[in-house]
Each structure stands twice: as C-alpha cells, then as structure tokens.
Design a protein around this ligand. Structure first.
Ligand code: NDP
Length: 307
C-alpha cells in the first residue's frame, strides 16, 4: 500500500513516525517527498501543487474536521472519497473550552472581576437557569459531545442543524425556517457550523439581534461565519453581553483588529481543540483498513454540501 502524507504545521516528523508505526508494511512519502500515484493521501491545508504532483487512487484523508480549504482547491482530484477527522481527541477539548465559556458567562466572572478591582463586596442576584438556554449551532460530532458535557449543569439545551436530531435533553431545530425560533432560545450561542457557502456571514446583525438581550456568543467553528462589524456593533449597543472567539476571518488576527482590545471579547488563537497525532492516525488507519476490506467508513464529506 502506498501513502502520501502531508502533515499539519511543522509536526511532520511526529505524524510520519505515528503512521509508520501503525502501518509498517506501507510505502510512505512525507511531503515534500512524493509518491505520484498513492492509494491514499493524508493532508492538512495542502499547498496547491500537491494534487498536481500526487493523484491518490482510493481516498483523501483530511487531517482535521473542517474541509473548506481542501474543497476550494482547483486541483482537488474528483471521484474519490474525502474523509475528515471525527472527534479524534478534539471533542473533549471542545467540551472543556465551551463549558468554561458558558459557566463564566452564567457565573458572571467578568462582573465579579470588575467588582474586585473596585474593592466592592456585592453579591449579584442568581440568574435563573430557565433563562439561560444554551443553543448549539451545528449539531454534529463536536456539537453533540459538547451538549453531553453541558447536560449536567441543567441549562436548557437547544440545537440547530440541517436535519432534525433526536437527542435526549436537547430541543432540536432544523433548517432556515426554524433559525429565528432557535436563536430566541439561546442566551449563549455556541457555533459549531462548518464553513460553507450557506454558513458564510450567517451570524450578522439580522441573526445575532434575534438572540435575547444580554446573550453571549462563543465561536469555535470558523471566522467567516461571523460578520465582525455587526458583532462589535451589537456588543457596543449592549444587545450582546460578550463573546468568546477562537477563530477569525484572518488568522493570525491582524494587529489593530478591534477584537484584540474589545472589553467584552475574550479571544484565543485557534486553540480550542488541537489535532491529536496519535488519535488521528489511529482513526485514519482504522478507516483505511475498512476501505481495504471493502467496508463503508463514516466521516465521508459531501462535496456538494461542503461538509
Ligand atoms: P459535523 O459535520 O459533524 O457537524 C456539522 C453540523 O453543522 C451538523 O449538525 C450539520 O447538520 C450542521 N450544519 C451544516 N451546515 C448547516 C446549515 N447550512 N444549516 C444548519 N446546520 C448546518 O462537524 P464537526 O462537529 O466535526 O465540526 C464542526 C466544525 O467545527 C468543523 O467544520 C470545523 O470548521 C470546526 N472545528 C474547529 C476547530 C477549532 O480548533 N476551532 C477544531 C475542529 C473543528 P446535519 O447534522 O443535519 O448535517
């Protein structure tokens, strides 16, 4: 079996080592070395020339959950499956990140920090849980894992997706027709949507202003889903209480971008969930084995839908 590897960031050696250990009999080329016609390619944000030089025959594995960069490549081979990572160690990290953001909003940590700076002892009235719904925008692998982590805190949970879901303890909304009703239920809106034609600019003034007054936004999905100026305007007007942002239209976030110093924004440099080498290789290799046996695999991307 021949495999082309082009690994994320500067971790090439670790990915190569893990892949060799998992498939010792395979012939593996690590980019910029190439195998012109491998059975499989494992890639993350590949350079444009990769698929000019490498034409995989059986499948392309995306070494991340989001596939928008891959699908936008003109040289992407047609006619073979693209398989993305599903969880692979990211769900627990997302659960940590989102739980921290939701609890920080609910327990008003920013307000208490301000009171401490002022030397002011002032208990704040407890917010009723019934008024603190958490809405998960995009209810796939990661969104569902985060809902499971939040369930124990008794926040009313709702979720929005293309197709309706039957998940215990979560009110499911589906499709454009139910978006505004979903937004009205969310005091904290957590975005887990993929970046597609349909989701680009989805969170603008028209949609964000459908959230209840005093709502919070947590974006751990992709930057282009949010219209930056509209978010800032709604924070400044007081309609939104705050935002926790991990992803941005341009990354790294440019110096001077208003998000950097906005008093109601907490931001992190795209670290909410980091790809785990061992978990990812184990998942990819188990799917390669299934494909070799002629069995179906999950996580196959629908190219037309864009995720
Ligand atoms: P999934 O494909 O499992 O879930 C995507 C969800 O979004 C599905 O529930 C899907 O609905 C829903 N959806 C997609 N398009 C629409 C639409 N137009 N309207 C309504 N619902 C829609 O993906 P994951 O949960 O694995 O990952 C989600 C995203 O998180 C990734 O695409 C990636 O961009 C981002 N991510 C960010 C990371 C980070 O470090 N910040 C790390 C990992 C992922 P349905 O179920 O009906 O198809």
């Amino acid at each position: 079996m021949k495999i082309q590897l082009q690994a994320p960031r500067d971790e090439g050696a670790a990915w190569h080592k893990a892949l060799v250990a998992a498939l010792p009999a395979a012939t593996i080329a690590a980019w910029p070395d190439t195998l012109p016609e491998p059975d499989y390619a494992l890639v993350w944000k590949p350079p444009p020339e990769l698929f000019v030089r490498v034409r995989p025959a059986r499948a392309i594995f995306n070494l991340g959950a989001g596939v928008e960069v891959l699908l936008a490549m003109p040289s992407l081979p047609a006619g073979i499956p693209i398989v993305r990572l599903e969880d692979a160690g990211m769900a627990v990290q997302m659960a940590e990140y989102v739980t921290l953001a939701v609890l920080s909003a609910y327990r008003e940590t920013a307000a208490y920090a301000a009171q401490q700076r002022e030397g002011r002892w002032q208990p704040r009235p407890r917010i009723a849980k019934t008024e603190f719904g958490v809405g998960i925008l995009g209810f796939g692998v990661l969104g569902q894992a985060v809902a499971a982590a939040l369930e124990r805190f008794d926040f009313p949970l709702s979720a929005w997706s293309t197709t309706r879901k039957d998940v215990s303890g979560v009110r499911s909304f589906a499709g454009q027709a139910e978006l505004f009703a979903f937004l009205a239920s969310a005091r904290v809106l957590v975005c887990f949507l993929p970046s597609t034609r349909e989701t680009r600019d989805l969170l603008d003034r028209a949609t964000l202003s459908r959230l209840p007054r005093g709502a919070w936004l947590v974006n751990v999905a992709r930057g282009p889903i949010v219209v930056d100026e509209d978010l800032i305007a709604l924070l400044d007007e007081g309609h939104l209480a705050g935002a926790t942002l991990d992803v941005f239209r341009e990354e790294p976030l440019p110096p001077g971008h208003p998000f950097w110093h906005h008093p109601r924004i907490t931001l992190t440099p795209h670290t909410s969930a980091v790809t785990q080498v061992e978990d990812s290789i184990a998942q990819v290799v188990s799917k390669i084995r299934r494909l070799e046996r002629g069995e179906p695999v999950t996580g196959v991307v629908d190219r037309a839908r864009g995720y």
